[in-house]
Design a protein around this ligand. Sequence first.
Ligand code: PEP
Ligand code: MG
Length: 565
Amino acid sequence: MQRPSLSAARVSIAADAAEAEVSRLYEAAQKVRDELAQAQEAVDLPTHRDIIASHMLICQDPKLLQSAEEHIRAQYISAVWALEKTGEDLCAAFRAIDDPYLRDRVQDVRMVIGRIQSRLHGYQYIVAGQEAPAVLLAEEISPADAVELKLGRILALVTVEGGQTTHTAILTRHLHIPAIVGASGLMELAREDELVIVDALKGYIYLDPDEAELQEFIRRQGEYALWQKQVRRGAYLPAETLDAVRIEVRANIEETKECESVLENGAEGIGLCRTELTYLKSRGLPTESALYAGYRTIAQSQAPALVIFRTLDLGADKVGDQHQALKEANPDLGLRAIRYCLRHQDIFRTQLRAILRAGACGNVAIMLPMITGLQEVQMAKRIMHEAITELRTEGLPHDAHIPLGIMIEVPSAVMIADALAREVDFFSIGTNDLAHYLLAIDRRNTHVAYLHEPLHLAVVRAIKHVIDCAHREGIGVSICGEMAADPYCLPVLLGLGADVLSASPQFVPVIKHLVRKLRKEDCLDLARKVMMTTDVAAANSMVTEALFEVLREEVDFHTTMIHIV
Ligand code: PEP
Ligand code: MG
């Protein structure tokens, strides 16, 4: 699918035409908003409706329109070019945010701007209609495009732009449409009406396949469908290894609306409720009662299962305007997460009070992110106990015995895990940040992405040390980074002694399925072997071999969770 090519070149206008150009800008934005509202009417899926609603908000965003208006009035440029400039600034600001989810929102801003620019160029933004079921190749797809596209007829979707957490990827996951995003160079290679196979599990696109390839994929498609059915059927069964070791599998969520999918996928509660999004989305600081209402809904939806609320992992460049963004040279080593909360204790106290109150409505725990030392835990505990006293005095129901855990995600916490284990009720290892800090690899930097090896001996040793320290003090350990959903890492994590795995809801059934295929004794053996090699490639092949041995009959087990988009 290709759009009319819209040049957004710098076009100057006469000074006396500025007023009319500003009106054109607002009219075009209003028309696009109406189109989006119409598109929204036509969809049933709540996620889809929400995404379109977010595009409607961008469309009306005063920052976007006022800043474009200022460009028009100050520089006497066309509305299209003014939007282009404003879009560049907004996207640069989004890209600087230390959060892949929010960085992918750049795509949303660009899509909305593209729509308004199309309107200004005089096009109504219509996507080419397709009648027969087809694979759709596109530069990018917005959720509103998706409505016009009749997604029911799309067999698979491949886009040139985008990342794993773009709204397109989220939407296709919800709609169970095989999709590959970020396939650069594809538009130059593919031809209209050509036969194409999309292997979204492995991330391969076969253009013009031969008969043998075609037959092979038809066979695999059938096998995969059966395998998926089997995995889904087991979603509500416990995750118990063949030698009867029970592993808890919980879900990671960021928003209240994900609660349903936690239940549908058979997760045993929420192992990581990231709480940043509410703060970043909110215009001012969220109030205690607003936070409490959200947390209570989440706690009640899962009760009696546990919900672990992670306190704000905010700070550095991950701050909204309302938090007076601090410009730091090294934000990753700056005033973030628990450091930010201990500096802004009023914000922290409000959140703690909301979580404590939600504790009276379900089974709730508190988790502190980015802990580097004992003092941080002790200070946080002191503030939590003060909040408990306040709530008691005020007569507000709360959980005065709420469990308190910490995330282990920086090397200093690993080194003093024994002391930390004596201070708290549980650990959760955030392997995303742990690998980032331990291997000195910026999570967002594609130049050093090749160094990201979850089974690097340093990471494996760190996890083992943390688990051993925790177990010696009688507390449990969960793994809540991406490693928990990586089938290659799963047997090693079990062998290292992880008690709980926590991952995005859609990965839960597969994780449970894999656990049921493994024997803890074999995992212990494997972990011991992995810990004896300094060669990551050797560790990876040991794990692959072990998995093939155990899961020989499975279909594409090793790619299922990595490449679903
Ligand atoms: C982690 O660091 O592994 C983690 C789970 O936290 P986040 O990805 O939210 O930083
Ligand atoms: Mg983290």
